[in-house]
Design a protein around this ligand. Structure first.
Ligand code: ISJ
Length: 179
């Protein structure tokens, strides 16, 4: 009876493990989209531009470096990060619009971009790179889209994402599945 139970559990356990591996990637992506609130608060209140192409290039160069170190395809990782960056900017533009229309909703405190927020984003880059490596088989699996959608639903609910962050998250994950 013990052996039968173990055999019966094996497929479910591995399916769950597969799903769980996308859940972490999606959750870190959600954290990245949520940090955009702090970026937007800093930039809106200090008159900064949402777009910083030089910083984006530094980030994409670092992604290429880390890809080589991890044995991940740099083109795959850079495509994902291109989408992560654009997703982040979707949140920033959305909040700029909101705060322009409703100045009373503008945050009155915000962390510093250079010394606090970007170091947090750099940490997330490392975590995302680990997850891109960890899910490399899933990314080319036939049911990748289903698994990614399932993980995205779990994270959206757990983190109670609003429409803006949900839209950003979907954008950020658009090229996770590839063949
Ligand atoms: C998050 C920022 O805003 C934009 C988005 C970036 C990102 O998602 O990493 C990088 C540079 C900016 O174009 C930032 O300036 O750090």
């Amino acid at each position: 009876a013990v052996v039968t139970a173990a055999v019966a559990l094996a497929p479910a356990a591995s399916a769950q493990a597969n799903n769980e591996s996308f859940v972490t990637l999606v959750d870190v992506s959600a954290q990245r989209a949520l940090i955009a609130d702090d970026v937007a608060a800093f930039k809106f209140n200090t008159g900064g531009s949402i777009e910083d192409p030089a910083r984006e290039q530094v980030l994409l160069d670092s992604v290429a470096d880390q890809s080589t170190q991890l044995g991940v395809d740099p083109a795959v990782a850079q495509a994902i990060f291109r989408d992560e960056i654009d997703g982040n900017k979707i949140v920033q533009y959305g909040l700029f619009d909101l705060w322009t229309a409703h100045p009373e909703l503008t945050p009155t405190e915000w962390p510093d971009l250079t010394t606090v927020i970007r170091p947090e984003l750099d940490k997330i880059t490392t975590e995302l790179m680990d997850q891109i490596k960890a899910t490399s088989d899933l990314q080319v699996a036939k049911n990748c889209g289903e698994q990614l959608d399932a993980a995205t639903n779990v994270v959206e609910q757990r983190r109670n994402l609003d429409r803006l962050h949900s839209q950003a998250l979907h954008h950020a994950l658009a090229r996770v599945c590839h063949s």
